[in-house]
Design a protein around this ligand. Structure first.
Ligand code: ATP
Ligand code: MG
Length: 422
């Protein structure tokens, strides 16, 4: 009887070694980049109380309404959720550990996020984000810093054809006024609203503006504009941000329709988009969330952050033909015979003590077939150990790029290998 082969959960991907090389390279570039701006790493659990996301993201949002993996812990009845995004967890952690006590914080995290969406290119149920949060900063200078740093990352990754969309959502009073006007406006056009819009009319009318339904576009185009309600402070903040971006030659387009899918944003919101990934074109998105810290139970403090979708970014990187460097091997150890095997593994450890990267041949085979493997590994040196060498406590050293094979004592091995590699 044949057993059914088990498969990964739909929408959750394995990253195989070949592709993982690209991920490792990416993670290294990202870490250097973040440290260049003074951001520090924070690591939160993958699972949080469901109430955190409901409170932070908002009940009437795509994520909370239909994308969260929520469950009851069978052992104690707790209501838990696999994190769909990182900002809520990050703010929770910062408050729980009082990190904002006497200084603002520049923080970053990376890892898996979970959303129950329909899997398709660039949209998965487990995906990865790199998230960046600046907590306790209120000025447009930090908004600009985060956008400027994104532009630098695209350069470092060799990504072309991404453009910046920018908008301001104003502050709560102007948003409330705008919201009232929106509801009144859409109420006059009830017959034109689709089911989603009708449902959201009184709970989250701003999200109606985000609708992708072609039949709704005309009525959306005529809706009251938030820009007309903005307070002077919010306008100044937005203008200052634009001025800084211009000084840094960062091109942007102001998109009044950009409202973002989460409730916590105010003032600056932005998205980096590309037309080269089909419908899933947003590779990075973020904004200011001055109200969130208080909403989660902290002393009021402003904040600004963004998250990048790693799968989408890497898809773009691959489109541009970037190939991650393969991990390098310095030495491949070939051996035959019982005595030789013992010496080979001791010698391999000795070389690793000296920071060399060593592949010890495992699985036997003729010298010839082992040498083929050594060739294929890309190592610059093969060590050959047969009974003869083992008896004498010696090793044959063969430079792979040509050059003469030499036989040296185990004591002199590290020095000889280093000489050849240099
Ligand atoms: P979208 O409009 O594409 O659904 P979003 O507004 O829900 O995106 P955010 O919550 O802002 O996305 O997440 C930030 C980034 O994470 C996105 O810009 C995208 O690059 C990536 N992302 C979001 N959801 C997914 C997913 N299901 N699979 C892969 N990447 C994702
Ligand atoms: Mg989404």
């Amino acid at each position: 009887m044949s057993k059914e082969t088990l498969q990964a959960v739909k929408g959750m991907n394995d990253i195989l070694p070949e592709e993982a090389e690209l991920w490792l390279w990416f993670e290294e570039v990202v870490r250097d980049w973040l440290h260049g701006y003074g951001y520090r790493n924070i690591r939160m659990p993958l699972v949080e109380p469901t109430a955190l996301f409901k409170r932070a993201i908002g009940e009437v949002t795509d994520i909370v309404e239909k994308e969260m993996y929520s469950f009851e812990d069978a052992l104690n009845g707790d209501h838990l959720t696999l994190r769909p995004e990182g900002t809520a967890s990050c703010v929770r952690a910062v408050l729980q550990h009082n990190l904002l006590y006497n200084a603002p914080q520049r923080l970053y995290y990376s890892g898996q996020m979970f959303r129950h969406e329909r899997p398709q290119k660039g949209r998965y149920r487990q995906f990865h984000q790199v998230g960046v949060e600046a907590l306790g900063f209120g000025g447009p200078d930090i908004d600009a810093e985060q956008i400027i740093m994104c532009a630098r990352l695209w350069r470092k990754l060799g990504i072309r054809d991404v453009s910046l969309q920018l908008n301001t959502l104003g502050d709560s009073a102007s948003r409330q006024r705008h919201r009232d006007k929106l509801i009144a406006y859409f109420e006059q056009h009830m017959e034109l609203l689709d089911a989603d819009a009708t449902r959201r009319l009184h709970s989250n009318p701003l999200r109606i503006l985000d609708s992708k339904n072609p039949a709704m576009q005309d009525i959306i185009a005529g809706a009251p504009k938030l820009m007309d309600e903005l307070e002077d402070d919010a306008i100044r903040h937005f203008e200052e941000l634009q001025a800084i971006l211009k000084r840094h030659d960062i091109a942007f387009e102001i998109n009044p329709r950009l409202v973002r899918g989460l409730d916590y944003y105010n003032r600056t919101v932005f998205e980096w988009v590309t037309t080269r990934l089909g419908a899933q074109g947003t590779i990075c998105a973020g904004g200011r969330y001055d109200g969130l810290i208080e909403q989660i139970g902290g002393k009021p403090a402003p904040a600004m952050g963004f998250a990048m979708g790693v799968e989408r970014l890497l898809a773009l990187v691959q489109e541009d033909g970037m190939i991650a460097p393969k991990p390098e091997v310095d030495v491949y150890v070939v051996h035959q015979g019982e005595q030789a095997a013992k010496l080979a593994s001791l010698v391999a450890e000795q070389l690793r003590d000296d920071k060399l990267r060593v592949l010890l041949h495992c699985g036997g085979g003729s010298f010839k077939s082992q040498m083929k493997k050594a060739d294929g590994s890309g190592a610059s040196i093969a060590l050959v150990i047969g009974d003869d060498e083992a008896q004498a406590n010696e090793v044959s050293v063969k430079p792979m790029q040509g050059g003469e094979q030499v036989r040296v004592s185990v004591q002199n091995l590290v020095a000889t290998v280093n000489q050849i590699i240099k």
